[in-house]
Design a protein around this ligand. Structure first.
Ligand code: ZN
Length: 171
């Protein structure tokens, strides 16, 4: 059975709106033709994105030039006009104690990278030291499996590279 364009696009975009990058419930999702059908745009995936219905309605059959203008006017802070893409208010980072269980995997990762960057030349140079550094950053301490996953993420994002037990950094 062929997949529906909306399902395919949602999957390819990780279920985030193409424009505002917010989680996109299927009920709120629609297919936007970048080059509108009225202007000769095709129905193929290369011309289509899944996005919030509200922004689709706004872009409507604007020319590509007008759409670029709308996107550029957001200055990199694109929020679809549906109220769900509200920016999270910036909170100052809490330094001394971070509750590990309250943080998502992404913010744990970010916390680790920020901490490592702050260490300048005092970064852990062995896998063992890195592991215990990561573990001591959070309270309650992270489980071994979670630390291992985070180390893998550091590797796959090329933040660090491992050679045997030696850790080197790309920053
Ligand atoms: Zn959106």
């Amino acid at each position: 059975m062929p997949t529906k364009p909306l399902d395919r696009l949602m999957f390819a975009q990780g279920r985030l709106c193409f424009f505002c990058k917010q989680p996109l419930p299927k009920a709120e999702a629609s297919v936007e033709h970048l080059l509108a059908g009225a202007n000769g745009g095709s129905d193929r995936d290369e011309n289509c994105v899944a996005c919030c219905k509200s922004v689709n309605a706004l872009l409507g059959s604007m020319s590509l030039k007008e759409k670029f203008q709308v996107v550029l006017n957001q200055k990199g802070q694109f929020k679809c006009p549906n109220g769900t893409g509200v920016a999270i208010p910036h909170k100052p980072a809490v330094k001394k104690e971070i509750s590990g269980s309250e943080l998502s995997a992404t913010s744990k990762f970010d916390t680790i990278v920020a901490n490592l960057k702050n260490r300048k030349n005092a970064k852990p140079r062995t896998l063992k030291a890195l592991t215990s550094t990561i573990r001591s950053l959070f309270k309650p301490e992270l489980a071994d499996a979670e630390v291992a996953t985070l180390v893998q993420q550091l590797q796959s994002s090329q933040t660090i590279s491992l050679s045997g037990d030696k850790v080197s950094y790309t920053f």
